[in-house]
Design a protein around this ligand. Structure first.
Ligand SMILES: Cc1cc2nc3c(=O)[nH]c(=O)nc-3n(C[C@H](O)[C@H](O)[C@H](O)COP(=O)(O)O)c2cc1C
Length: 128
């Protein structure tokens, strides 16, 4: 999903896209938009994502008015991307794209296209 989203974002010229398996909270300052991928396990986000969001909050990293989006693979309930997006919007005061992008298990070609569209959409928001 992340690769297809990045691919979609890269179709917009003048937008630089970085795809990271993980990121330090302090590096976030340099981005105009942040998209977080979060699969759902046991009706919630995984520990690494939760810890990451907690670190951003603890260190008071300022993400206000940056563009935010969340996405994730899920099986049946898919809470994680919704939870992530809620934190981005209400805690970090980011401008979020709703709804989050949920894909059941593995994206098929249609799902990949949805991912590319999200990336393109975010890139267009960045360019204003
Ligand atoms: C132990 C376990 C618990 C899971 N719990 C949930 C769940 O509560 N809700 C849900 O929608 N999917 C759940 N799933 C399904 C995963 O979200 C799904 O397999 C998803 O594709 C995993 O994404 P990933 O491969 O990127 O980690 C669970 C899967 C496993 C193995």
């Amino acid at each position: 999903m992340a690769k297809a989203i990045a691919e979609g974002a890269r179709t917009a010229q003048e937008v630089e896209v970085e795809l990271k398996p993980r990121e330090s909270p302090w590096s976030l300052d340099s981005y105009d938009a942040i998209l977080i991928g979060a699969p759902t396990y046991q009706h919630t986000m995984t520990n690494n994502i939760e810890k990451f969001l907690e670190e951003v909050a603890f260190h008071k990293i300022n993400l206000k008015n940056k563009i935010g989006a969340a996405f994730g693979s899920y099986g049946w309930s898919g809470e994680a991307p919704r939870m992530v997006l809620e934190v981005l919007e209400n805690k970090f005061e980011m401008k979020v794209l709703k709804p989050p992008l949920l894909i059941k298990y593995m994206p098929d070609e249609e799902g990949l296209e949805e991912c590319r569209k999200l990336g393109k959409n975010v890139a267009e928001q960045v360019l204003g």
